[in-house]
Design a binder for this molecule. Structure first.
Ligand code: NAI
Ligand code: MG
Length: 357
């Protein structure tokens, strides 16, 4: 069976790290006998916008919906297209229309990467943030009244549905269950947000009945952010609503050093639609064109994609490969953000060679 992968490099360094992501992907596919069919798309980029006046063709949904996964670089070129247009016109369309209700981000301190937290070494930080990606605080329910007067009022309602919350909790419990520590932490704020958050806590308990092996704790979001910094070793899988998850999924990877290595997955666990795999970073206009972007965020995203497609060994081989290259610490190979003077391509090639074995 062949996996159809839609490849979308996007903008800026997206176009530079994508070839290295593909190099790793193809090396792993070759080694593990996985049949991939790659389809390349130039839309969802600001170059496409310059030519067509929109980020996506009208039939993008039809073009992509049959793919098994979407492998994405980064979008954004604020010099020519405002960020809200490029982001809402591309990535956010994919997330919504393909019901990618889980945003998954590993937070793992890698060998050879310096954590901004003092005295932390590889092994100390190794957890996942599972963010609800479709509802919650990011709703379109609300409005403005009496604009420009003393009575001006704005309201934006949090929307949590049992369907929406239970399905992301189920995903988080399953992930915790599959890991050695089997530990789940829930982000709450039931002391202050006294309607939705106590209800969220109830749903966490109700779902937990099905996962007796998983131990569960919860923290209010304020102390939880402090604990990410003070005690990152406490965490295994952390589940959170859309807003809390947004914050935690930037803070978590930040605790593990450079943004250049962090991957993310936007997952439709039902498999009705393709899931999307992309580095956490953006198009980095400040270093675009220099050939020095770290490709590991893209490479790691390829590993997550293979795991999602049912090839955990191939995914692990990619992770092992970049960890080994980082641990080796060859400055001619590593990019500047991890202390070297190598290029995107040199680092990508070194990783692909390792994967090939
Ligand atoms: P950014 O992530 O592009 O860059 C932030 C900083 O990190 C920059 O100094 C950059 O040089 C550095 N950096 C990022 N990736 C790196 C890598 N692989 N290797 C080495 N250094 C790296 O975020 P910024 O500057 O806020 O946004 C730039 C553009 O990217 C904007 O248009 C923004 O909307 C877009 N963006 C897109 C995202 C996506 O496609 N998912 C996510 C974040 C931003
Ligand atoms: Mg964010």
């Amino acid at each position: 069976m062949s996996h159809r992968i839609a490849v979308i490099p996007g903008d800026g360094i997206g176009k530079e790290v994508m070839p290295e992501g593909l190099r790793a992907l193809e090396a792993a596919a070759k080694r593990f006998g996985i049949d991939l069919s790659l389809e390349h798309f130039d839309f969802a980029s600001c170059d496409y916008y310059a030519e067509h006046g929109q980020m996506l063709p009208d039939d993008w949904f039809e073009q992509l919906k049959g793919a098994d996964a979407i492998f994405y670089g980064a979008v954004g070129w604020p010099e020519t297209v405002p960020d809200h247009i490029s982001l809402w016109g591309s990535l956010l369309q994919f997330r919504r229309r393909f019901d990618q209700y889980v945003n998954l981000r590993p937070c793992k301190l890698l060998p050879g990467v310096k954590s901004p937290l003092a005295d932390r070494k590889p092994g100390d930080i190794d957890f996942y943030v599972v963010r609800e990606n479709t509802e919650g605080e990011y709703s379109s329910v609300g409005g403005k009244m009496f604009e420009g007067t003393d009575r001006e009022v704005v309201i934006q309602e949090t929307v949590m549905t049992r369907t929406g919350v239970d399905r992301v909790l189920k995903y988080a419990y399953e992930l915790a269950q599959s890991r050695p520590r089997k530990k789940l932490t829930s982000a709450t704020k039931s002391n202050g947000i006294a309607i939705t958050m106590p209800w969220w806590d109830e749903r966490v308990k109700a779902m937990g009945v099905h996962y007796p092996e998983v131990s569960v704790d919860q923290f209010h979001i304020d102390i939880l952010t402090a604990n990410f910094v003070m005690h990152p070793d406490w965490f295994d899988v952390v589940v959170a609503s859309n807003l809390f998850g947004d914050i935690l999924s930037d803070l978590g990877p930040a605790c593990t050093g450079t943004i250049g290595v962090a991957p993310s997955a936007n997952i439709n666990p039902d498999g009705h639609f393709p899931s999307l795999f992309e580095p956490v970073h953006g198009s980095a206009p400040d270093i675009a064109g220099k050939g020095i972007a770290n490709p590991i965020g893209q490479v790691w995203s390829a590993a997550m994609m293979l795991e999602h497609l049912g090839h955990p060994k191939a995914g692990q081989a990619i992770v092992d490969a970049f960890e080994a290259v980082l641990a080796e610490g060859d400055k001619a190979v590593l990019t500047p953000d991890v202390g070297g003077h190598g290029t995107t391509e040199a680092l990508g090639r070194a990783i692909a060679e390792r994967i090939a074995g």
